[in-house]
Design a protein around this ligand. Structure first.
Ligand code: NAD
Length: 378
């Protein structure tokens, strides 16, 4: 089958779905790979590198979409890209079906098979295809790099001839994939790191990174919901948690917030008052900005300075590390295609008996298959 990799058209998107290295692996699976001219340019992958890897470069997006059996993308197709899809085509990218029901209906009308990278089940066997995790890992790392850029001080403590420098104190709220990545990065830069999560089981993971788990003395309410994800907590719990953050805000230099609950708006945990109480020059990075933000004063997509505190609310952190994120995302796609090509003959088999495929396929030859049935307990 023919794979096509278009240039991303979503505003500000710098990633590309396949790198030359990944393309080499796809060719070994029996596919041909065509790449739109300039598709990898913003992620530092040149057309020449794709050609050297054995890909064909196609100048026109229209031609690329027309001749491809499988389209590999990062972002969900924009309206003008949807019009380029044709019946029988397989589309693989982030699609977020719960948030985009109209797109799902359109894909159904067009009789395509749509595979959503965001819907790959988060089970051990599928970790190699878990693009949400690989992108969250990058976001957590980049959050600390962005914080360092805006923080006018060292992270590590130093004793110099010009005086003693205290280490920076970093608070990470939410210790999922992005939070743990931020903790590891801040620790490696020498900061003192503390973290809080509603799921008590993350204590060990936080401590394994040599950071401090902040305990909340709140009995009878565990934070783990369905599938190990966070659940909506009671108002009392949120108030107790926020009292903890109000104390911390006065002490720490940097706060990274990552608190999310699947399918819900981000909980507002950092108030304007807390921002006001922080030291001048402090930094907040709000990784929940796309879902409305954990910080009351965050402006999604922007960096603002309020009460002397820089509030970073970028919603495109993986795209700000486009070379790395394209490589990891491309590898996630390659693993999925590897498992979906049983004969390694370039022919994809959409096996709906496979739990991973069943979860990720949201539309099969025009039939909407999302949401997948709940897994049965055996
Ligand atoms: P997420 O991005 O949905 O949420 C980020 C974190 O915010 C979570 O740790 C959550 O507990 C926390 N949170 C929510 N509300 C909060 C609040 N009010 N205060 C403080 N923290 C709050 O999470 P994620 O990174 O996508 O991962 C969540 C879970 O999924 C974890 O258990 C993770 O280990 C698991 N996971 C499993 C796999 C797998 O393959 N088995 C892969 C990835 C993730």
């Amino acid at each position: 089958m023919k794979i096509g990799v278009p240039k991303e058209t979503h505003k500000g998107e710098r990633r590309v779905a396949t790198t030359p290295d990944v393309a080499t692996q796809l060719l070994k699976l029996g596919f041909t790979v065509s790449v739109e001219a300039g598709a990898g340019a913003e992620a530092s992958y040149t057309d020449a590198a794709y050609i050297a890897a054995g890909c064909e470069i196609i100048e026109s997006a229209k031609d690329l979409w027309a001749k491809s059996d499988i389209i590999l993308k990062v972002q969900a197709p924009e309206a003008d890209e949807v019009s380029l899809l044709h019946s029988g085509q397989i589309l693989i990218c982030f699609l977020w079906p719960a948030q985009a029901p109209e797109l799902l209906n359109k894909l159904s009308e067009l009789e395509v098979t749509a595979i959503a990278m965001d819907s790959v089940p988060r089970i051990s066997r599928a970790q190699k295809m878990d693009a949400r995790s690989s992108m969250a890992n990058i976001s957590g790392y980049r959050a600390i790099i962005e914080a360092a850029e805006h923080f006018g001080r060292f992270f590590a403590g130093q004793i110099t001839a010009a005086g003693k420098v205290s280490p920076a104190k970093v608070l990470v709220i939410g210790a999922g994939v992005a939070g743990l990545s931020a903790i590891g990065t801040a620790k490696s830069m020498g900061a003192i790191v503390r973290s809080f999560d509603t799921r008590p089981e993350v204590k060990e993971q936080i401590e394994s990174l040599d950071a401090e788990f902040l305990m909340l003395d709140f009995k009878n309410e565990g934070g783990s919901g369905e599938g190990g994800y966070a659940k909506v907590m009671s108002d009392e719990f949120i108030q107790a948690e926020m009292a903890l953050f109000a104390k911390q805000a006065k002490d720490v230099d940097i706060i990274v917030t990552t608190a999310l609950i699947p399918g819900k708006p981000a909980p507002k945990l950092i108030t304007a008052e807390m921002v006001k109480s922080m030291k001048q020059g402090s930094v907040i990075v709000d990784l929940a900005a796309e879902q409305g933000g954990n910080c009351e004063l965050a402006v999604p997509g922007e960096v603002t300075v309020k009460h002397g505190v820089s509030i970073i609310a970028y919603t495109d952190l993986p795209s700000r590390m486009a070379a790395q994120s394209s490589q990891l995302y491309g590898t996630n796609l390659r693993h999925l295609l590897h498992d979906m090509t049983p004969q390694k003959d370039g022919e994809v088999v959409v096996n709906m008996e496979d739990q991973v495929v069943r979860g990720a396929v949201i539309c099969k030859e025009g039939k909407i298959t999302w949401p997948p049935p709940a897994p049965t307990l055996s």
